[in-house]
Write a protein that binds this ligand. Sequence first.
Ligand SMILES: [Zn+2]
Length: 464
Amino acid sequence: MEFGLLAFQASLFDPLQLLQPCVIPVKLAVQKLWEKKLKWSAVIDADLQQVVNELYEQLNGKQIVLPRKLFINDDPAIRYELQGFADSSAFAYGVAVYIIKVTENGRFPTLLITKGRLIPLKFLKYCIARKELLGVVLAFELLIYLLNTFPDLFQLAEIQTDSTTVLHWWRNSESRDRFINNRMIKIKSHDIPLRYVPTDYNPADIISRGCTIDELKDDELYWRGPLYLTQAVEYWPVEPVTAIEDEDCEIAAPVDVVIIDPTSATVIIDATRFSSWNSLMNCLMKVLQFLAKKFPKFRTAENLPATDVKSAEWILICEMKVIKIIQTSKLLTQKRMNELNLFVDTHHFVRKDTRLDKNAFNFDVACPLFLNDCYETRLLIKNIHDKFGHAGITTVVAELRQRFYLPKAIQVVRKVIRNCNQCKREKAKPFSLPPMPVLPVERTLECLPFINSGVDYAGPFNIL
Ligand SMILES: [Zn+2]
């Protein structure tokens, strides 16, 4: 019975998840089944059966027709904005994102995409503010996804929540529970502000509560967004001034985060736009040379050499710049530093303290540079793999370890080599031949010479 319910849930065609408010009750029924730890084909008990039957009746055969175009009016847009609404109930949380087209004649909001999730069983005992925080994080992830998918399209992106506690946590950076701290670090990693929305105006409320399809059809708040979105920001609701209680959030010991001189890790170009380490180096070198030539201030700030040094030295500078970006791409805690036996050198690079004697070996070999597993690192590994004639895992790892320390290097190198197109092509096996056809009769029957004659040549021929 359980797979029947899952099949029913999966049979809804809803790529933008706009029917999430109706799907949440189905997901909840599935979660209840999981709690009971039933077997896949076991028959569910009568109470739950009744709930499932009601759900099925509500949803089966119903249709909601949505316009294909986002905006009915064709006025030229001055700009587009994104407003993500987050809400949470005791058992589910949801996000509704609205796109606002700002024209000379006004502001036109419309529903763009939604998402709804159940609160994981292990978080069910948490207070409502923490559950609201889960919703805000989901809204943040969805907005980042949209901003990355449509770069330069949106001039503004904001998250709106009705939880004043979450807003309070967001404004005050004091250390709290690790659950809250980790999620706050994530939300603050991008410049997406949080804003207050009264519960009655929050369109994500219906997602977290769940509803029937008939209720959803007529819900203007859900499809159009709160009315104030059509007005200027001055008329939007403001947050009430109330004393915020920190509910049941016990203070956790602050996590020591090692800051590795972030100023020198400025990302000048986006490495994900490059498919090879060499082209990344060449492009970065040209950009840095140009900036150093044009702006003397930039050269002194970035400690760049005079422009007449050889290009090999420039490549080395670029390499170190990218390594700095790799090292700062993930937060490194003091605990992790101790576990891996890492230290920060005088140039603010993270290195591993190996057991090799520093006087007997080159410093780079005795204390290799630490690398995080990220896109740039994989480009570097691919470069070594290419340089050594598409070498195997052992060779690449050995070469990498000459200068770098990458935790779980073998797994990362294996993944990179597995994705190498040239290796794939060389190791590919040929297609198996199709079964041979039946031989023509004249070739298999015994007869006198030249009774049948044929030409092994392509036709057709015109016989005159
Ligand atoms: Zn290869």
